[in-house]
Design a protein around this ligand. Structure first.
Ligand SMILES: [Zn+2]
Length: 288
């Protein structure tokens, strides 16, 4: 993605994987072929591979840099987690992308995940001597308390699918003393704030970034695909509460359209960043 600059802040991203992925029918239970295909055709080949009827989906980490502070938001699937296909991505592209931005692990000051699904907190930890340790030795890992506790409880009950995500990616960070569990009023120098956007997970949060009157937001899985700007009521099969996800999506996109906020969704293909324009009940995605 091309760099976004807001006042004193620059935002880049690191891509772990990008390309045709699931079919729209498999992704959206409410998918309606006639209007769905029309929207996909209008979005074009960057968003939809018509030949294979697959949505183009990326997995990415956003890197937010302000003077004296570097923050990662959402850390992809990571390395050595033992995930089976299709989530057994090679680790080289992410590491190369990280280094291409001139970063070393010790340069990261803050890490935050919009939610604690498998593809949003993977690089939180890495294997060292057979143990999971925080990848970024100096970073403070900020967790939204309710999201953290939800997955902690799910793990304790034995239903944290698919396999020990919280145990590998979150618990070791707390054990190392690098975690801070925060509430919705948390802010970093008034530059980074949170907006709870429940539905995809019960405590999913978007991350607002503001500098010198300009705004952006990392929106995680509030929107998985640009098709959902045209059909905001279509939640994915991965959303815990599809109705609540729709409510959060409509509210957040409506405000972003009114305020001209840059939106940074985790799963959109390049250039990833864009704005939405309101058109009645729908939104139009406009890439950067
Ligand atoms: Zn995701």
């Amino acid at each position: 993605m091309q760099r976004i600059t807001l006042g004193d802040v620059s935002i880049d991203s690191i891509v772990e994987r990008s390309g045709p992925w699931r079919t729209p029918e498999a992704m959206f239970p409410a998918f309606e072929p006639q209007s769905g295909r029309r929207h996909l055709q209008q979005l074009g080949p960057a968003h939809y591979d018509a030949g294979s009827n697959r949505l183009c989906i990326a997995y990415r980490t956003f890197v937010v840099r302000a003077p004296g502070r570097t923050m990662l938001i959402d850390t992809c699937t990571g390395e050595d987690k033992g995930y089976g296909p299709p989530l057994d991505f090679p680790k080289a592209p992410w590491l190369e992308g990280f280094r291409a931005l001139g970063l070393r692990f010790e340069d990261i000051d803050y890490v935050f995940s919009t939610h604690l699904h498998i593809d949003h907190c993977g690089w939180n930890t890495r294997l060292a001597g057979g143990r999971w340790v925080p990848t970024f030795p100096r970073a403070k890992y900020v967790f939204y308390r309710q999201e953290y506790e939800f997955w902690q409880a799910a793990t304790a009950r034995g239903d944290d699918p698919p396999g020990q995500v919280w145990k590998m990616n979150c618990e070791p960070v707390v054990a190392a003393g690098q975690a801070e569990l925060v509430d919705a009023d948390w802010s970093l120098d008034d530059m980074v704030t949170l907006t709870p956007t429940p539905g995809h997970t019960p405590f999913h949060c978007c991350v607002n970034i503001a500098s010198r009157g300009q705004r952006a937001a990392v929106i995680g899985d509030l929107v998985h695909h640009a098709l959902q700007c045209r059909e905001p009521d279509w939640s994915t099969v991965f959303c815990a509460d599809p109705v609540e996800a729709t409510r959060s999506r409509r509210a957040f996109l409506g405000r972003a359209a009114a305020e001209g906020t840059w939106l940074l969704p985790v799963h959109f293909p390049a250039p990833a960043a864009g704005r939405v324009r309101a058109e009645g009940e729908r939104f139009r995605w406009e890439s950067a």
